[in-house]
Design a protein around this ligand. Structure first.
Ligand code: C2E
Ligand code: MG
Ligand code: MG
Ligand code: MG
Length: 280
């Protein structure tokens, strides 16, 4: 009896586990505080066409902590999803991008840019998602076609019928959709036919070795060909070298995003980037 109880007690107070729990709770509290104190911000990573012209940007969340350090997204986004904090975060992202698009509307060189935002599964499943989005666009006088929603396959495939219905509703008002991290999920190629997306993003995992790895090269080529047959444009993410760009251009990729063109950057830096003449 005593021995068993002792074991249970020992397991409950496992110091390593307790440490993990404490760290998680501390991170959650810090994230809550960061949301309240508006210490979350968006950085923008250029998306360009084959001539190097800026088409727009992907807005990426950045959490700058009290010491001015960036907290890695993979540390806090999964936590935000588990705790539900992704809802206030998602609203912030939507509001901030709408404000940004509204501010650019009067600037000739920025007015045509499209901003892509990442939407997590829980956010997309919210009953009020469509109406909140619509209200936000109307309130900021932002044409829906300036906003692109990036969904991953897992978001869509969990409840395909509901997701497709929701996507069609939003596309009717003019929103654009991109399928993020394509090729990394359990995706079956046949699903692509059913999904009302405007764009597919070739995941950076395939781009990395596309010049050396025949398998990755074949995957990239196949995604481009299949996408084009279905009337979907293709963007490659994680493009870091000229050699990767050359290869992807030869495949017929429509757009590119990666460190070769620009890392995610604060908005003023992105505005200068977008307004400068293409050099590629
Ligand atoms: P993602 O949507 O696939 O975003 C692309 C990630 O690749 C970004 O990481 C970006 O900084 C990185 N990246 C871009 N170009 C290159 C490159 O050339 N080389 C390499 N090695 N990496 C590159 P980041 O900003 O850390 O974001 C990671 C993930 O966090 C995103 O993946 C997305 O799933 C999620 N995320 C970011 N912002 C948001 C947000 O506002 N809401 C939600 N729900 N998720 C977000
Ligand atoms: Mg993305
Ligand atoms: Mg991606
Ligand atoms: Mg990715």
């Amino acid at each position: 009896e005593a021995k068993a109880a002792g074991r249970n007690t020992a397991r409950f107070f496992d110091p390593a586990m307790q440490h993990q729990i404490n760290e998680r709770l501390a991170l959650e509290a810090a994230l809550r505080e960061a949301i309240e104190q508006r210490r979350l911000t968006l950085w923008y990573q250029p998306q360009v066409d084959a001539t190097g012209t800026t088409l727009g940007a992907e807005a990426l969340l950045r959490w700058i902590d009290k010491d001015g350090r960036i907290v890695p997204t993979d540390r806090f986004i999964p936590l935000a999803e588990e705790t539900g904090l992704i809802h206030p975060i998602g609203r912030f992202v939507l509001q901030a991008t709408c404000e940004q698009l509204a501010a650019w509307a009067s600037e000739p060189r920025l007015a045509g840019l499209v901003l892509a935002i990442n939407i997590s599964a829980r956010q997309f499943a919210e009953p009020d998602f469509v109406s909140e989005l619509r209200t936000m666009l109307v309130d900021h006088h932002v044409p829906a076609g300036r906003l692109k929603l990036e969904l991953t396959e897992s978001v869509v495939l969990e409840h395909v019928d509901e997701a497709v219905q929701r996507m069609e509703q939003l596309r009717e008002i003019g929103l654009l959709f991109a399928l993020d991290d394509f090729g990394t999920g359990y995706s079956s190629l046949s699903y692509l036919k059913r999904l009302p997306v405007d764009q597919v993003k070739i995941d950076k995992a395939f781009v990395r070795d596309v010049c050396e790895d025949a398998g990755d090269a074949a995957i990239a080529r196949t995604i481009v060909t299949l996408g084009h047959v279905l009337g979907i444009s293709i963007i490659a993410e994680g493009v870091e070298t000229e050699a990767q760009l050359d290869f992807l251009q030869a495949c017929g990729c429509d757009a590119y995003q990666g460190y070769l063109f620009g890392k995610p950057m604060p908005v003023d830096e992105f505005e200068r980037f977008a307004a400068s003449v293409a050099t590629a």
